[in-house]
Every structure is written in C-alpha cells, then in structure tokens.
Design a protein around this ligand. Structure first.
Ligand code: HEM
Length: 482
C-alpha cells in the first residue's frame, strides 16, 4: 500500500518546467478542490496566487490555464501550434466524426473553411439574410405580444427563434414554436450543455473505462447527443430525396455535393474529409454553437434591460430617433446608434457567455509567459480573466455601457473585448452572431418595454456550465405602441 501511494504521489507530481499551480491529489488531481458551480471565478482567482499561466490536474490530465489579456493574446497568436483541440471520450464515444468544433489539423481547416464559405454563399452578412432574421423576429414578436404584458419565461422561445436562424441555413427551413419534436431537441441541447460543464463530464474524460459502466447524468448527455444526431440524419435523408446539386438550398445540400465530388475521385486523389459522418457532425456543431450562445446573450440582455430601466429608456430613445417606429432596424443603422451598440457590447462582456473559452491543445512545444508548454497539453484560455480584468475595465463588475463610449458619446472598440476569442480558432459564427444580436436586440426594444414582474428582483447569479446563462426567469413585455 505504501509503495502504491508513493507511486501515485510521484505520478501526480507536476512535470518539471511546468507552470506552477495548486498541489494535485493522486487520481483526482485538483478536481475536488474546484467548485464547479463557480468554476469561472475559482479559475480566475487561482491566477492571483499562481500568476497568469498556471497548471491544474483534472483527473490525470494536466491542463494549463492562461489568464489576462496579454497572456491570452500571446498564447492564441501561436498560429497552428495552439489550434488543435483535445479529443474528449465523452464526445468521441458517441459522435460519429470530427466536424468543426472538436476537430484538429487538416480536417478542421477544411471543414471550417467550407462552413465559412457556405454561410457566406447563403447570404450571411448580406441584406437578404438580414430580412430572414427580421422575419424570425416577427414570429417571435407575435408570440411575446400574446402574453399581453403578463409574466412569462422566454427561455425556450428565445432558443427556438435563434436556433431557427441557423436551422434555416443548415436545413433550409425554420421550426414552428409549437413543434414538439424540435422543442424536445433544444431541451436536450440545454440539458447536454449543463452536464458538459459538470464534474461528471470531467470524471468521464479522466476515467472513461470506469464511467462508461457507472450510471450517471453523463449517459443522459450521450443519449441526448444521439437523439440530436438522429434528427439531423432524418433531415439529411429528406434532403437526398429531392437534392439538386445545381440548385443548393442550404448547408446540407452543399455538403452532399462535396461528398459526391469526393466519391468520384480515385483513392490516391482523396484528400478530404467529406463524408456522411462529417456532414452529421458539422451540422450538429453549427446547430449547437449557433443556438445556445446567441440566445443566452439575448436573455442576459432582456434581464439587464428590465433591471436598468434608465438604460433601456436611453436605448429606446436612440431607436426612436434613428429608426423610428415605421420601419425595421437594419445593420446600416448600427454606426448611427453608438449607445445601443455600447449596451450590446457591455451585455456580452458582463454576460461572459463562454467563460473558459473552448479548450485548445498544443501540437508543438510552445513558449507562453516564460514557460514551455509541452506538445499535447490542454490549454484553457480563460476568457473570464480578460472580460473582468481590472487593468482593462474601469468598473469590471458593474454593468456599465460607458466602457464602450468616449466622452463625446461615440462608440469605442476595446481590445480586451474578446467574447468570441481571438486567433485561428476565433468563433466561426462571430459575424452572424453580431448581426443577430444587433437586429434582434434593437427589434425587441423598438417594439417592447421589459420589466420584472411586480415584487420580483432580477437575479444575476449565473447558471454555470460550459456557458454562463441566466437562471430561468419570468419577464413582462409591454407593447410600446400602447
Ligand atoms: C467557437 C463564442 C455564436 C459557431 C467559439 C468560441 C467562442 C465562441 C469563445 C471558441 C473560440 C476558441 O476556441 O478560441 C461565441 C459567442 C457567440 C457565438 C459569444 C454569440 C454571442 C456563434 C454562432 C455560431 C457559432 C451564432 C454559428 C455559426 C461556432 C463554431 C465554433 C465556435 C463552429 C468552433 C470554431 C472552431 O473550432 O474553429 N464561439 N460564439 N458561434 N463558434 Fe461561436
């Protein structure tokens, strides 16, 4: 037993020349000393003790955490050396292929490039796509107005509506807000995201052989992912029935054309990862990433407006003077609406929706902050440490649109505003998300005034998972024309 304990103790020692960090226990490492319901703050506080580059052991996996704007910039600007992702057993056990979000190397580059050019082909960033976002708002607005100013929870309506924008691009159509099957899917996604950020997922990734056999929420997560994939496969099969390569309707049609092209190649010419497994996984990635993040940000936005009514009024004044009530917002309005733009940026900063970023992995030895991070180590570029950095923001813990305004009230871009991350892995949907946020947020406040139900206080303590989202809340939305 003594020998075993000594061996375990030696195994859990920090490798030489590794960044410092808290003492790691044998087997579980630092997992038990972290509060998974407050992980973003715990991780940021550790930097005060160990410096901007420190290391943690999650189970038996060493992880380096980067903190502070300049350290993240240094780390994420290492080109291809930092652009791979770790392969987590909780995903690889159920998901068919690499897709985009968790792919590395050539396959990732190819799929990312393809997804970006396909989104562009279907008009993201162009007027035609703006109108489809505004059309979705019209559906949503009808639904919100139907509550006649009475308290309701807009969580799933928001998810469904935002998801419809990405679904129209992937599947070529939107889903009705009462579509049971679709509601079930976004509920599964919501649950999945919660479990992804829990200790269960960490345990699974550290001890997959054991966890595969043990009951627990990790099986719910994997079942949810399988159901979402089945749904996507059904959509793909429907597409195959009336697919016309010369008239692509959406992402799936374009991908089917690529699969066809690659099937026609000789074996020695094959250099691509266009197959059905990757089509399912890429659609899954775009659906997941495009649904949660933007809808959570907008839910934070509504909550902040209901709490800070004077800020809501100022945004509405700007909307009334620049857009008025007789037409819908357009992206061309944004440069003329510095206050609204600043409020949206501040919602993103303080909402801190992707608190730890997504994990990266080094594919060569890399120098960061004076340490050599060896090849194959997981790196977490902690976005919380930048969005709340007291050296970058005047009042980091207060909702203050002034962070993005100069003395004359003009909008100012801040370098430390990096909710979409930076570098080669920067969010693929940044452009789309920024358009959605501006058009939907201004549309909301053009048409409605939000308030908390009488006697209810807004709660800003987030629900922590891989995303930070508001706790479910009830809101009143009053039509402004009234
Ligand atoms: C990746 C944030 C909306 C698709 C990411 C990453 C962040 C992020 C922090 C990780 C970057 C890194 O690893 O360094 C956000 C935020 C959003 C948003 C804050 C909204 C407010 C969207 C939307 C889409 C999307 C609407 C839909 C197309 C993706 C994809 C990746 C990604 C596919 C993986 C990129 C890759 O690994 O190459 N996002 N995102 N995101 N995002 Fe977003």
């Amino acid at each position: 037993l003594v020998l075993l304990l000594v061996a375990l103790g030696l195994r859990s020692r920090r490798p030489r020349s590794f960044p410092p960090g808290p003492w790691a226990l044998p087997l579980v490492g630092n997992m038990l000393s972290l509060d998974f319901n407050n992980l973003h703050n715990d991780m940021t506080k550790l930097a005060e003790q160990y410096g901007n580059v420190y290391s943690l052991k999650m189970g038996h996996v060493w992880t380096v955490v980067l903190n502070g704007f300049s350290t993240l910039q240094e780390g994420l600007s290492k080109g291809d050396h930092m652009s791979d992702r770790p392969a987590f057993p909780i995903h690889t056990d159920v998901l068919p292929d690499l897709g985009i979000v968790f792919a590395s190397g050539y396959s990732w580059k190819q799929q990312r490039q393809f997804a970006l050019s396909t989104l562009k082909y279907f008009g993201v960033g162009k007027k035609s796509h703006e109108s489809s976002i505004l059309e979705e708002f019209r559906y949503m607005s009808k639904e919100i107005a139907s509550h006649k100013g009475k308290p309701f929870n807009l969580q799933f309506l928001m998810k469904n509506a935002v998801s419809n924008i990405i679904c129209s691009l992937i599947f070529g159509h939107r889903f009705d807000y009462k579509d049971e099957k679709f509601l079930q899917l976004i509920t599964l996604l919501d649950k999945g995201v919660q479990i992804e950020g829990s200790i269960w997922a960490q345990l699974y990734n550290s001890f997959p052989v054991l966890m595969r056999r043990l009951p627990g929420p990790h099986h719910t997560l994997q079942k949810g992912y399988r159901d979402i994939m089945d749904f996507i496969k059904t959509e793909i099969n429907k597409h195959r029935e009336d697919w016309n390569p010369s008239d692509p309707r959406d992402f799936i049609d374009c991908f089917l054309t690529e699969i066809q092209k690659h099937q026609d190649k000789r074996d020695d010419e094959l250099d691509a990862c266009f197959d059905e497994g990757n089509l399912v996984k890429c659609s899954f990635d775009l659906f997941g990433a495009g649904t949660e993040t933007t809808s959570i940000t907008l839910r934070w936005g509504v909550l902040y407006m209901a709490k800070y009514t004077e800020i809501q009024e100022k945004v509405q004044e700007e909307i009334d003077s620049v857009i008025g009530q007789s037409r819908e917002p357009s992206m061309e309005d944004r440069p003329n609406m510095p206050y609204t733009d600043a409020v949206i940026h501040e919602i993103q900063r303080i909402g801190n929706v992707v608190p730890f970023n997504l994990p990266h992995v080094t594919n060569k030895d890399v120098q960061i902050g004076g340490y050599t991070i060896p090849k194959g180590v997981i790196v977490v570029p902690n976005l919380t440490s930048v969005l709340f950095d007291k050296n970058e923001w005047e009042t980091p813990n207060t909702f203050n649109p002034g962070h993005f305004l100069n003395k004359e009230g003009k909008f100012v871009q801040r370098a430390a505003f990096i909710p979409f991350s930076v570098g080669k892995r920067v969010c693929l949907g940044e452009n789309l998300a920024r358009i959605e946020l501006f058009l939907l947020f201004t549309s909301f406040l053009q048409r409605f005034t939000f308030s908390m139900p009488p006697g209810v206080e807004a709660v800003f303590k987030p629900r922590v998972s891989i995303f930070l989202s508001p706790q479910p809340y009830q809101i009143c939305a009053t039509l402004r024309e009234e």
